[in-house]
Design a protein. Structure first.
Length: 144
């Protein structure tokens, strides 16, 4: 089982920050973040991942929802904890040591609906009640 933290960061126009990841010759988009290390709190992991991967300094974070994806073959299980996150500077700087991250951008809810987002949390971006904590079951995406 993998437990991942992710940041929901919005710019002044209400667009959301996503990072592009390339693995196994496949590119897709995801919320910025990463895995929790043993003995690390979720908030500490979020702060570390954003600092290491994108040089972003977290000023505030608040848990908003979690997703769960299970491989149909029961080989992998992912839980993602998502936090509404404020950062000091909205412009990330990609860490050249992070080979899997190939880009980033801010996207509207409408644009996100057309993207390959993993795990698939597109229904959150369509919701009118974005501040209500919730559980989102996410179908497993091959190659995740």
């Amino acid at each position: 089982m993998r437990v991942r933290v992710a940041a929901l960061i919005q710019d002044s126009k209400g667009k959301f920050l996503l990072v592009q990841q390339t693995k196994k010759k496949s590119s897709y988009w995801l919320l910025p973040g990463g895995g929790i290390e043993f003995g690390e709190t979720a908030v500490s992991a979020l702060e570390r991942e954003l600092r290491e991967e994108l040089s972003l300094e977290v000023t505030k974070s608040e848990f908003i929802f979690f997703t769960e994806s299970i491989d149909p073959n029961k080989n992998r299980h992912l839980i993602q904890l998502v936090f509404v996150t404020k950062v000091k500077d909205l412009i990330p700087t990609l860490n050249p040591k992070e080979e899997a991250i190939s880009g980033f951008g801010y996207f509207s809810s409408k644009e996100i609906q057309l993207m390959d987002l993993r795990p698939d949390t597109k229904q959150y971006f369509l919701s009118k009640q974005k501040n209500k904590p919730r559980y989102i079951a996410s179908p497993w995406v091959a190659g995740l």
